[in-house]
Design a protein around this ligand. Sequence first.
Ligand SMILES: *[C@@H]1O[C@H](CO)[C@@H](O)[C@H](O)[C@H]1NC(C)=O
Ligand SMILES: *[C@@H]1O[C@H](CO)[C@@H](O)[C@H](O)[C@H]1NC(C)=O
Ligand SMILES: *[C@@H]1O[C@H](CO)[C@@H](O)[C@H](O)[C@H]1NC(C)=O
Ligand SMILES: *[C@@H]1O[C@H](CO)[C@@H](O)[C@H](O)[C@H]1NC(C)=O
Ligand SMILES: *[C@@H]1O[C@H](CO)[C@@H](O)[C@H](O)[C@H]1NC(C)=O
Length: 947
Amino acid sequence: MWLQATLLLLASCVPSSLAIYRDEVNHIDYHHALLGLPASQSTFFLKPSAASNASLLYTLSEKSLLGAVNPKDGSLVWRQNLSRSALPVAHPSAHGLLRASEGTNALVSALGDYVSSWSALDGKLIWENWFEGEAVADLELLELEDVSAAPATKDTVALFGGKAGVVRRLDGDSGKTKWEYLDESGDIPIQLSSSATEVFYVSLQPSARKGYRIKVVTLDPLTGRQTQQQILSSEGDVFSADSVLFVGANTASPIIVWADQSHKTLKVNVIGTKQVHAFDTDNSSGESISSITVHAPKKLESLPHFLVHYETESTTWAEVYHVDLTSALVSKAYELPRLQGWSVFSTSSKDANVYFTRITQSETTVVSSASHGVLGRWPHQAPPMEQALHSVSEVVAKGDTVAVRSAAALASGDWELIRNGQTEWTRYEALAGALAAAWVEEDAQEDLAHQLEVEGHESLYGAYMHRVKRHARDLQHLPEWLKGLPKRIFTSILTDEVSNLDGFGIVRPVIVATENGRVYALDAGKHGAVSWKVKAADTESWNVKAILTQPGSATIHADDGSSVTLDVSSGEILERTPGTTKIRSVAVAYGDTAPVTVGIKEDGAPLKSVDGQGFFVTLSDDGRVLGWAARDNQTPAWQFLPPPGEKIIHATARPSHDPVASIGKVLGNRSVLYKYLNPNLALITAVGESSATFYLLDAISGRILHTSTHQGVDPTQPISSAISENWFAYSFWADAVDSSSAKGYQLVISELYESPIPNDRGPLDSASNYSSITNLPLPHVISQAFMIPEPISHMAVTQTRQGITVRQLLCTLPSSNSIIGIPRPVLDPRRPIGRDPTTTEAEEGLFKYNPFLEFEGKWYHSHSRDVAGIKTVLSTPTLLESTSLIFAFGGDIFSTRVTPSQAFDVLGKGFSKLQLVMTIVALTAGVIILAPMVRRKQINAIWKASS
Ligand SMILES: *[C@@H]1O[C@H](CO)[C@@H](O)[C@H](O)[C@H]1NC(C)=O
Ligand SMILES: *[C@@H]1O[C@H](CO)[C@@H](O)[C@H](O)[C@H]1NC(C)=O
Ligand SMILES: *[C@@H]1O[C@H](CO)[C@@H](O)[C@H](O)[C@H]1NC(C)=O
Ligand SMILES: *[C@@H]1O[C@H](CO)[C@@H](O)[C@H](O)[C@H]1NC(C)=O
Ligand SMILES: *[C@@H]1O[C@H](CO)[C@@H](O)[C@H](O)[C@H]1NC(C)=O
């Protein structure tokens, strides 16, 4: 009976099902899907289809990404990369345009010569079209009154500015040209506008003396034929296309607004009429007006009202104007008060009503376009809001009250949604311009390390006293620790979160520097939430070269030689050093003491000499590789020039932290292949017309240790490389040059050994020390190539604390927007070719070579996420040997932790402490109950045997 009960109790402790690891997506990793700063004229709220109630927020960003964001939580609904223009990216007119109209499911965008239409609901492509050599200057959707001529999808009119201005009407379903109007007069095309019945083409006609006259050509929307032409005498005011402040889009009465150069008078013309209305601008403050912006509703049924926003150095105000549709008269209706500081205005319309929303640093207000009464006023929470550059708003009116939500693009590069004065979410779009990142060095750990170091250097007695004092200091935390103990025990037993790994350096914050001069700290413990951000440089193009972290602080080096040191916990700026010389990179010399940074000039020479044994390898702007002894910055120790016709595109060295767990590779038959371990290896990539050459150099002597050349390589495709331990890898795209070569993307792995013969150390065997300069032996290289399905734009290698864990080759795949980690054993160049492995080879873990390397699903660290635009992937060890941290940036931000050999030093999630305790209790109970029974039985047996 007892026995049965005990067994039942024991059975209840066995798990009912085998442990299944919970999906760790979103638990160990985080991803910021970014768009870049929204562009002012191409951002709006829109209902994605006529049937939907809720609108989405659409933008075409300055990074040429088109995206839809859910205004509720700021999450990305979909996005598309529009950088498909055939024009050079830096083309001045390659700024993007995005248009949409309520009730249609299509967005139309243009970037350079590329025009495309996208489904608003899911971001699927409807049509795309390239217009070679012609950059789109303006885009409008046709809102025709005549319903028979206005199909469900609206046609687009686009203005192209090439050698001559061309207006084209593009079919809404196919993007095909319906008609085109060619303007060969030589005038500068600037904008398009349309009313319900006409299309207006606005251009600037050079006047005889100076300045430009504004020319408005009226076109028939059905045929594209010119029906009328108006010339407005603006030559006294307009000196460039920028002088025209506004050409009204799709309102019932489109307008043209411009001002004279000193912003004294505002001129308004209702398009199609000859009359120009002039209004004197307010100059009561004595400050000159720095900018004028016009805001008008876009919808056909909206009231013909518009708002003019004036800015001076310190104040802003606005005036609202009404247009009389019958007489085409423009009149000033009312003014919005002049306020100190910045304001941004936005327009929203509901049926015929038009609302203007004003955001200042302290409040949001909404007025109707019809009268100046404030319909809603919401103070912002403290602290004062950061300066906004522009915003879009959506106003909902219920009876007399209104509610508003606004998405404001901030000067810091962030995008913030404010609903009735409350900040709902912030998207840190500036992170899309991340140039450098680094993990924060934990302060506390370093402190302990420092204390231990002190103890190591003191006399025996001094060290003993130091330690006693340190422990005495630690005692002050004892009461707290004791108080928290019961709670800790209970929570650790009862929750399934068995292992809190925060203490093992797994949750390390990351510092990111962006091109607009900001520095962000991302908290890995909170899914990469921004814990602080600061403006570290007053520039929009901060070319950061490196971030170096010290315990408690981080130093950011920019290309002008300047550096900024920040406190990593608060973002406070501790020190600034101004720049003197332009640098192309920053080298770090690890001496006996703290690491020393050295700027590398554009000619490849270090800025200063460093006291120490180190060596630098640098690249110069004219394509040479130079080697320097750290204490000499005048003459390079050696230089390497690629052969004529070749250009060096990349150089990489072994990571500074690259521990080697074993100096040899143990083969199946217990013999050992010794690894060629040279800490000073550099891998140089050079490309020719249709070839790529990879040079393996010894950084101290500059000697070439190994060269491999590949023919038929397309140098315009991504070529990436990585080197670690005793191996290096690279990938490229090659065409078939002969019958033995293959066409496609290739990944080549090479391993370096001291000798081809196992158990032999080659020439190094007898030499206990050797000099790089005189007698450096060459490595024995074993290589193998694999065909891979897609290009690799960047490579990195996982790093762990001791290097015992198998390494992974981290590859960025730009065509599928993923990051994968290929386990090194898969890339073993010694895999047997054309036969199955022998038993000894199988024991070594080798398996049959297959020339096609398919990327397995479990290699994808990014899982199904769309991790786009990644330029750099970093890896760092943690205190756990099994675990390596990964941080990827450049476009999106993605971070995860990987365990290439499984988490062998961590208890799994399925491990239940409660079950363990229960089992022990049950076993103890069982022993207590069974022990007397067994003893009695034994005694009985003895009695039986002896009787
Ligand atoms: C839109 O709102 C109406 C009423 O507010 C509701 O009945 C309808 O289901 C909503 N439609 C969608 C698609 O959410
Ligand atoms: C406004 O007046 C001041 C002097 O009172 C003058 O310097 C300034 O140029 C004027 N600005 C405009 C835009 O009229
Ligand atoms: C062990 O195997 C390697 C090839 O795998 C071979 O070259 C070597 O001679 C073998 N060593 C011994 C001691 O059998
Ligand atoms: C290294 O070799 C040099 C000469 O080649 C010799 O003078 C020196 O003593 C050697 N050092 C050691 C540690 O063996
Ligand atoms: C967009 O595409 C361009 C060109 O293909 C590429 O350089 C850029 O990195 C892409 N951006 C993102 C965020 O994917």
